[in-house]
Design a protein around this ligand. Structure first.
Ligand SMILES: Cc1cc2nc3c(=O)[nH]c(=O)nc-3n(C[C@H](O)[C@H](O)[C@H](O)COP(=O)(O)O)c2cc1C
Length: 498
């Protein structure tokens, strides 16, 4: 039933992809609401393990996690997680969430199981109540989590894997292996590694299967790139089929590719992009695969423009971030929407905030980590560690560090002082954005660090007269109003947000 309006290479593909928004902003509710319209909803695959744990510790409101666990094909594994983390009625407000082991090259079995199950549950729930495809988004940079996470998503029948923030040349091979539950491996980047070091991670589905299963569907694979060179590299050098490309420009929410050449900054300290960063769409067309344009394409005019240039459609994030179904905290949504209505919404492209080193878009909101005064009083704490990078220790082992952790610790691990400047704890900020902030000393101590694209400024365009909120379907119907795409809304008896 999926809506396809394109003839030629993109026939059968969605016109609108709701971009992956981690952590937990593009949750199963949002992806389900989008896919229900016949367009493509993506759940974010980032940090789903602690997110599942926190939902269970909050008493699983609505019983959705239980439904997902009941559908998991290996019941003993699902039950172990339920028994360990579920608290009937939810944990006490002042009690900390149970922590999840941090990711390492040799993943403890408990963490692998959590990753498999959490990815399964998110995709499974997004696929309920309609018959259209659902995808999952990962950040290549968070490499150590890939193998168990992708297997869990494929067990749930995910139809698309979309991956940004890196060059995911070896992911197609992983997808191919998992179709028949074959072992997969993934070489990770270990800072300072030397020839002969073991940098490869391994995962064998058969170590986890409690019963024999038939073959899985091979999801379509769409890497997210921001240059013609990377687009060509992906198609020429990937170790398996690449089904299309998402081309993301610098106005997009989340992390952005840095400008090419010598770094230049504007008066207010944002990276300055130049002609070398422009995308040549004619050259993209010549690659002969469907492509979607992303970054400021959330309007009927921009969708028409993309289609007229030969794109299969657009990938949109910011417009969906502020829809009712997204995981962003309701108070942040309302305050940022109010700012947009008043013409006061601002987004700052912060070249330093992210420990990944990529520029990171930050929505300016008082009382969050966009506010220098709030940042100044936060002691550096690294207790989630999604962005920790592995490095080679002096004795040839592997250590883990993050440029936003306490400076002395980072330096003791061989990190450079200049790399710590201006870094913010994105992990804690992102979990706070979706209401799962750390509880320490009996208090919910962390505030959010909201990312949004430049489109935030005009987001109020989705509000109907007299309304202060809007749905994902409102976004879809407004975007499609300028072209002849059929609009579909499958009836659904499984809505998490009516
Ligand atoms: C809140 C938010 C979080 C995002 N997180 C991710 C992410 O985890 N992975 C990713 O590949 N892209 C991420 N993005 C980028 C989107 O998937 C999408 O490409 C982008 O938002 C499109 O541009 P737009 O914001 O102008 O619509 C994020 C965007 C937003 C707004």
């Amino acid at each position: 039933m999926s809506a396809s309006v394109i003839s030629g290479p993109a026939a059968g593909y969605p016109v609108i992809i709701q971009g992956g928004m981690g952590a937990g902003v593009s949750n199963w509710c949002l992806a389900q609401a989008v896919s229900r319209t016949g367009q493509l909803g993506l759940v974010s695959g980032t940090a789903l393990d602690p997110i599942l744990v926190r939902r269970l510790q909050d008493g699983d409101p609505g019983g959705h996690m239980r439904r997902g666990l009941d559908a998991f094909p290996f019941p003993a594994m699902a039950e172990r997680i339920w028994q360990k983390y579920y608290i009937a009625g939810g944990k006490a407000e002042r009690t900390p969430y149970l922590s999840v082991p941090q990711m390492e090259k040799e993943i403890p079995r408990e963490l692998s199981e959590l990753c498999i199950v959490a990815n399964f549950v998110e995709v499974h729930l997004a696929r309920q109540g309609h018959s259209n495809p659902v995808g999952i988004n990962y950040l290549e940079k968070i490499q150590m989590a890939h193998l168990p996470c992708i297997y869990g998503a494929m067990l749930a029948g995910v139809e698309y894997v979309v991956m940004g923030a890196g060059i995911p040349l070896k992911i197609p091979g992983v997808l191919d292996s998992y179709v028949n539950h074959q072992p997969a491996e993934y070489a990770i980047h270990i800072h300072g590694s030397q020839e002969g070091d073991d940098i490869t991670m391994h995962f064998d589905p058969r170590d986890y299967m409690e019963v024999e299963l038939g073959p899985l569907t091979r999801p379509k694979f769409l890497p997210i790139v921001s240059s013609n060179t990377l687009a060509t590299t992906m198609l020429k050098k990937a170790n398996g089929r690449v089904d299309g490309l998402v081309i993301e420009t610098r106005t997009a929410g989340g992390h952005n590719a840095p400008p090419r050449g010598k770094p230049l900054f504007s008066d207010i300290g944002e990276p300055v992009y130049g002609e070398r960063d422009a995308i040549d769409i004619a050259k993209l067309r010549e690659l002969g695969v469907p492509f979607w344009l992303a970054g400021g394409y959330g309007s009927p005019e921009m969708l028409r423009d993309a289609l007229s240039q030969g794109a299969a459609g657009v990938q949109v994030g910011t417009a969906f971030e502020f829809a009712n179904e997204s995981g962003l905290r309701a108070d942040y949504k309302q305050r940022l929407l109010a700012k947009a209505i008043d013409g006061e919404a601002r987004v700052f492209t912060d070249p330093l905030a992210s420990p990944t080193g990529f520029p990171f878009k930050v929505a300016q909101l008082e009382g969050t980590y966009s506010d220098a005064e709030v940042v100044a009083i936060r002691p550096r704490i690294c207790d989630l560690g999604f962005l920790r990078e592995p490095y080679r220790t002096e004795d040839g082992g592997i250590g883990y560090r993050c440029a936003a952790e306490p400076v002395t610790l980072f330096l003791a691990k061989g990190g450079k002082l200049e790399d710590t400047v201006g870094r913010k704890c994105i992990c804690n900020g992102l979990l706070a954005n979706i209401g799962y902030q750390q509880v320490r000393n009996g208090k919910r101590e962390e505030v959010g660090l909201v990312t949004a694209g430049d489109d935030l400024v005009t987001i109020a365009r989705f509000l109907q007269p007299q309304r202060t909120d809007y749905s994902a379907a409102d976004v879809i119907s407004q975007l499609l109003s300028g072209c002849e795409a059929p609009q579909v809304l499958e009836p659904c008896d499984d809505l998490c947000f009516a």
